[in-house]
Design a protein around this ligand. Structure first.
Ligand SMILES: Cc1ncc(COP(=O)(O)O)c(C=O)c1O
Length: 369
């Protein structure tokens, strides 16, 4: 045991303490104005996000899950269409495919936890309609070969960029590769609202308009609906908070990258695998995932030292009860399954001190002796 303060895996209170004055001012402005649904903050946020990502349009939504589902539905993906995605994502990636009537088809991943383009090629069938690379951990999937496959086979590309707002690959930003880029602004993301939020990016103006209608009952004017839709709007309060979060995002990302660099310097590579960073990529470190033997013992050891950690994700999607109808079994995606037993997310959030990070690294190295 040690006598220092616990190190939390996430520390929302510390984050709020830093940002309190600005956040409260933005919240107060919205409440005082009284425009709580729609309004200028939504439109301005959309313009700012589109400008940031280098795309023509952004549509503010209630979640990353609905960004995926509405984006795919608006692109015409539906009943019986196959969408290829990795099995080691958050459940939402596959759920969005399934809930629009399409079929999630999994392709295994590489060492860096992102989808393997060769496995994508092997999973193609005449029913394949789209590829959904998930930019897991803040690292963009290997888009050059994936774009090549999509082009060759006439497939749509749906980026699940929920974990990677601001990440780059060959100087292109997450959300600017696919027919749609789908983002979550859940509180635990780097670019985070104070509750559920998400958005979609696209260069296609008609698509953006279609999704904007779908998020609001298909309404095109007062009391006039063009097509039955959903309530998938982003709250104005969240948009106002996110406009502030965009102002501080580069600082948040830099601090997380500094934390990652320190881990890379301190953790013992003889025992800890950290997927290397490639020159052409800029990782925003939504998570810092190590791969180790005796993962569960290490997690317990860290807990004994009052250090929080997490597992993203302990059970691959193809083995979840919800995916039972797809008929998969253990062994179908061996890389993802092996990783599920070895991955551990270390604390990486921006309010950690240099000392905190050293304590985590020392505890990990100490465990392996
Ligand atoms: C990879 C991935 N896809 C989709 C989602 C869903 O986003 P949300 O929780 O905003 O619906 C998340 C969020 O946790 C995610 O990490």
């Amino acid at each position: 045991m040690n006598n220092s303060a616990p190190i939390r895996y996430v520390d929302m209170a510390a984050q709020f303490a830093e940002q309190r004055d600005e956040i409260m001012a933005r919240v107060e402005a919205v409440l005082a104005e009284g425009k709580l649904v729609g309004g200028p903050d939504i439109e301005l946020l959309e313009q700012e996000i589109a400008g940031f990502c280098g795309v023509a349009h952004a549509v503010a939504l209630n979640s990353g899950t609905d960004a995926l589902a509405l984006g795919m539905a608006a692109l015409g993906i539906g009943e019986g269409d196959e969408v290829i995605l990795p099995p080691n994502s958050f459940i939402a990636s596959a759920a969005a495919v399934a809930t629009i009537g399409a079929v999630p088809v999994f392709a295994d991943v590489r060492d860096d936890l992102n989808i393997d383009p060769e496995k994508v090629e092997a999973a193609l069938t005449p029913q394949t309609k789209a590829i959904m690379p998930v930019h897991l951990t803040g690292r963009i999937a290997d888009m050059t070969p994936l774009e090549e496959i999509a082009k060759q086979h006439g497939l749509l590309v749906i980026e699940d960029a929920s974990q990677s707002f601001g990440s780059r690959y060959q100087d292109r930003l997450a959300g600017s590769f696919g027919d749609v880029g789908c983002f979550s602004a859940h509180p635990l993301k780097n670019f985070n609202a104070a509750g559920d939020s998400g958005f979609l990016t696209t260069d296609d103006g008609e698509l953006a308009e279609k999704v904007a209608k779908m998020r609001n009952h298909g309404l095109v004017g007062k009391g006039l609906s063009e097509a039955f839709g959903y309530v998938s709007r982003m709250d104005t309060l969240q948009a106002a908070i996110l406009r502030y979060k965009l102002e501080v995002l580069s600082d948040v990302i830099e601090r997380r990258r500094r934390n990652a660099a320190l881990y890379r310097e301190c953790l013992d590579p003889a025992h800890v695998f950290m997927a290397p960073e490639r020159d052409m990529e800029f990782n925003t470190y939504h998570t810092f995932v190590i791969q180790v033997d005796r993962r569960d013992e290490l997690k317990a050891h860290l807990a004994e030292h009052e250090i929080g950690s997490a597992i993203h994700y302990p059970l691959p999607i193809h083995l979840q009860p919800a995916a039972g109808y797809l008929g998969h079994k253990a062994g179908d995606f061996p890389v993802a399954e092996k990783q599920a037993g070895r991955i551990l997310s270390l604390p990486i959030h921006q309010t950690l001190s240099h000392n905190d990070l050293r304590r985590v690294a020392d505890a990990v190295n100490g465990f392996f002796g």
